[in-house]
Ligand binder design. Structure first.
Ligand code: PMP
Length: 408
């Protein structure tokens, strides 16, 4: 399966931002791991909703409010179908992956006690570390950390060995935002469940590139962000198994999450609304449905295949350049390439590449423990989306060839 030139041109037509310039250079956008660009269908939908159907959801009997509510709930069912959740009640809208993990740590975490242990991995994004540390400072739980091997794969033997009578939770990323490693989350969930331990999978980097199937993975919680999957900013999803969500206390209090409020006694709304206090970004949520349309029309398998080809093509060219070292060489890897050039600082390389129109990420990528493990302050990171082309990969390599003599 290969994406044709015509198909890619049609896809790129939907992303006007790809036609802009940076200085006098054509933009080459290779920072898709941080956020992907948004197709016109989504942008036009946001525009249409603001100019046509803006009304608060779940509140009014009037037509506009009903329409807005229907649109928001349509997206909920779209998400449910996309990830194969059993019920729409298992789909909670949040501000992003970060808020979704904080929700689980704050709410589910209330049952943890001093000395209880949770398992994380060394490749986690700060969003899947710091909420647990905040919980640790409140409860005295212990955090155990799974290491990686030289290729950037998790040490599954060590993971297995970390479970004991005190283990109460495991939380790990599906795909590393630095190494690109695709973790065996189904197997890891199975191991945790053998010990009766619930699991959260951070799908922020997986949801844009594959179709995570909740029944297949079997995890208890799965989280992701719309802005990384061609959708609007400020919206995320928490999938949670219904019986667990039902057993959890609310995360925030406010409007929409209650059945009845009195100063004596307040009762809470049913799922999913119990976890959605206050007015959500209902315009963004409604428009998020169009991002699923885009991915479905393009074909998630085609997206994955094209990105994989870009990964292989660019990796080979990068490795032929003097002084380039790539971090993360797992055979099962997403289209993320973290690298350094000799002893050059990642920031200098990124800064010079920007002057040549190439937008990519530098620094620790919100994964400082991983950087410490690798013994480096940071990397330069190129990451691909379906709209990237082999010509862009070539131009990135040509730009890097110009930069290397300047920094080495
Ligand atoms: N987890 C991973 C693996 C990520 O890559 C990111 C975003 N870089 C996050 C969590 C946080 O996502 P957000 O900022 O959208 O909440």
């Amino acid at each position: 399966m290969e994406i044709t030139k015509e198909e890619i041109e049609n896809i790129r037509e939907k992303f006007p931002i790809l036609r802009r310039k940076v200085g006098d250079k054509d933009l080459i956008y290779l920072d898709n791991t941080a956020t992907s660009q948004t197709p016109v269908e989504v942008v036009e939908d946001i525009n249409y909703l603001y100019t046509h159907t803006k009304a608060n959801v779940h509140r009014g009997v009037h037509t506009l409010s009903q329409e807005a509510t229907d649109l928001q709930e349509h997206t909920r069912r779209r998400v449910q179908g996309w990830i194969n959740a059993s019920s729409f009640e298992e789909i909670i809208f949040t501000r992003g992956t970060t808020e979704a993990i904080n929700l689980v740590a704050s709410s589910f975490g209330q049952r943890f006690r001093e000395g209880d242990e949770i398992i994380l991995t060394v490749m986690e994004h700060h969003a899947n570390i710091v909420p647990w540390q905040l919980l640790q400072s409140r409860t005295g739980i212990k955090i155990r950390v799974v290491d990686i091997n030289d290729k950037g794969e998790l040490d599954l033997d060590q993971y297995r060995s970390l479970f004991n009578d005190r283990t109460v939770f495991a939380s790990f990323t599906h795909i590393s935002n630095v190494l690109g490693t695709v973790n065996p989350v189904k197997e890891m969930t199975r191991i945790a469940h053998e010990h009766g331990v619930p699991v959260l999978v951070d799908g922020a980097q997986a949801a844009p590139h594959l179709r995570p199937d909740m029944q297949d993975i079997g995890c208890d919680f799965y989280v992701f962000s719309a802005h990384k999957m061609y959708g609007p900013t400020g919206i995320g999803v928490l999938y949670g198994r219904k019986e667990l969500l039902e057993s959890m206390p609310p995360y925030q209090g406010g409007g929409e999450m209650i059945k009845h409020v009195s100063f004596e006694h307040t009762t809470f709304a049913d799922l999913p609304f119990k976890f959605e206090a206050g007015t959500p970004d209902f315009v963004g949520i409604a428009a998020f449905a169009k991002a699923f349309d885009f991915m479905e029309e393009t074909g998630i398998d085609l997206i994955a295949e094209h990105e994989h080809q870009l990964l292989e093509y660019t990796t080979e060219k990068l490795l032929a350049l003097p002084g380039v070292k790539i971090y993360g060489t797992a055979p099962d890897k997403a289209a993320v390439i973290s690298f350094n050039v000799g002893d050059a600082h990642n920031y200098d390389v990124g800064f010079l590449l920007d002057k040549l129109g190439v937008a990519l990420r530098t620094g620790h990528h919100c994964a400082q423990p991983l950087m410490e493990r690798l013994g480096i302050p940071g990397t330069v990171r190129a990451s691909f989306a379906v709209y990237n082309t082999f010509e862009e990969a070539d131009r990135f390599i040509e730009a890097l060839k110009r930069v290397i003599p300047m920094v080495m």
